[in-house]
Design a protein around this ligand. Structure first.
Ligand SMILES: Nc1ncnc2c1ncn2[C@@H]1O[C@H](COP(=O)(O)OP(=O)(O)OP(=O)(O)O)[C@@H](O)[C@H]1O
Length: 360
């Protein structure tokens, strides 16, 4: 396995790009550590596939370099990069047995049959498909076909990286959670460098130790699932991750204080020097509570989502969501909303602009 470095990477599909808007990847500098479990998360069109294709060698970037363990591979073709890939749809040979499908990448590299057998049985056991080994692949369900496809990606232990491109697309919804946790478990056992590409936050947060969040060709935050949830460095991350996402509320800043709907809101810490442009307060619904004082609001909607209720209230013409456990108000009620100070932040032009209390 290898450490992967992306250095000053930019890519445009135009021959003569005129400005940042012509770049599918604007500027990417990233280190993927050897043995790490990473997710590349972002909405459709943010540049995930472009980046994946550049790592696998299907595309050469317009600018910048890709290094595998400090060796420059920017211009190496895919077959010389030693990468395993699992795609959205199963890539298996229908006419072969499950065993032969799993053995294929190993035999292809000239591995001795005795070693092939050990490795195939190991992977089959990890994926819980040992009882299918003799079956013809053609007869498998789509879920099992995709499992075998994953097995083919994981069977070699000499690859630089295993890349998964939305691998659970064809999986039945009720089996998705099972395979998600299975993949996580496999990473812990195999310890390969893995990159998991998805637009689904649940998949990214379950699988990865580090999540790379992309928006419009840029990386907006890299962090553990907890970091992304607790301290989004961009409103996009706050909004994209969480259910519902972070409340992002327009505010005015005067003399170092933030005012929402004319009322001062306490922030986690001081506003950073020079923060300007479009200013917004970010607070997650989990940290908004109903109290006896605070921001006056009117309940617009209450949704019971199982473990808790989501109360949607209007403060002036702004919608604020609160996650409430226990008793809930009724639609139309006048209520007061209280924001947890340590979890209430200022964002300037989308970027985090408050220091955590106690931070330098
Ligand atoms: N072959 C191409 N030629 C021109 N533009 C392209 C090409 N492939 C992608 N793009 C553009 O580059 C941008 C990034 O696309 P990309 O497919 O990398 O995003 P993505 O995050 O993988 O989206 P999806 O999840 O929908 O595949 C988009 O604006 C897309 O329209």
């Amino acid at each position: 396995m290898a450490k992967i470095t992306l250095s000053q990477l930019r890519h445009s599909y135009f021959p003569n790009p005129r400005g940042p808007e012509d770049y599918a990847l604007k500027q990417i500098d990233l280190d993927w550590n050897d043995g790490g479990a990473y997710a590349l998360l972002g909405p459709s069109g943010c540049g995930k596939s472009t980046l994946l294709n550049i790592i696998s060698g299907l595309r050469v970037p317009s600018e910048g370099r890709i290094l595998f363990d400090d060796k420059d591979v920017t211009h190496l073709p895919p077959d010389q990069r030693n990468i395993a890939q699992v795609f959205q749809f199963p890539v298996i040979y229908d006419t072969m047995t499950v065993y032969d499908n799993l053995a294929f990448p190993l035999r292809n590299r000239g591995m001795a049959e005795a070693d092939v057998d050990v490795r195939v049985r190991q992977i089959a056991e990890m994926l819980e498909v040992s009882d299918m080994l003799k079956q013809q692949a053609a007869g498998l369900s789509p879920d099992n076909k995709q499992k075998i496809s994953m097995g083919r990606g994981l069977v070699r232990d000499d690859v630089n990286v295993v890349m998964f491109d939305e691998p659970l697309t064809v999986i039945d919804p009720h089996l998705k959670w099972k395979l998600r946790s299975k993949l996580k478990e496999l990473h812990q056992r195999i310890k390969a460098t893995m990159i998991y590409v998805t637009h689904d936050q649940t998949e990214a947060l379950t699988f990865a130790d580090q999540v790379v969040v992309m928006q419009e060709g840029e990386v907006v935050q890299i962090g553990t699932p907890v970091e992304l949830f607790e301290r989004p460095t961009h409103t996009f991350v706050g909004h994209f991750i969480g259910s519902p996402g972070m409340n992002v509320l327009p505010c005015d800043v005067k003399n170092g204080a933030a005012f929402f709907n004319g009322q001062q809101v306490q922030l986690e810490g001081e506003i950073v020097n020079g923060a300007g442009g479009k200013t917004e307060i970010g607070v997650r619904p989990e940290y908004v509570s109903l109290g006896k004082s605070g921001l006056q609001a009117r309940v617009r909607k209450v949704a019971d989502v199982g473990r808790h209720n989501v109360v949607e209230a209007m403060v002036g013409d702004q919608k604020v969501a609160a996650i409430v456990k226990g008793e809930v108000p009724n639609q139309g009620d006048e209520i007061f909303l209280d924001f947890k100070t340590e979890q209430t932040r200022l964002y300037a032009d989308g970027w985090l602009a408050t220091n955590a209390r106690g931070a330098a």
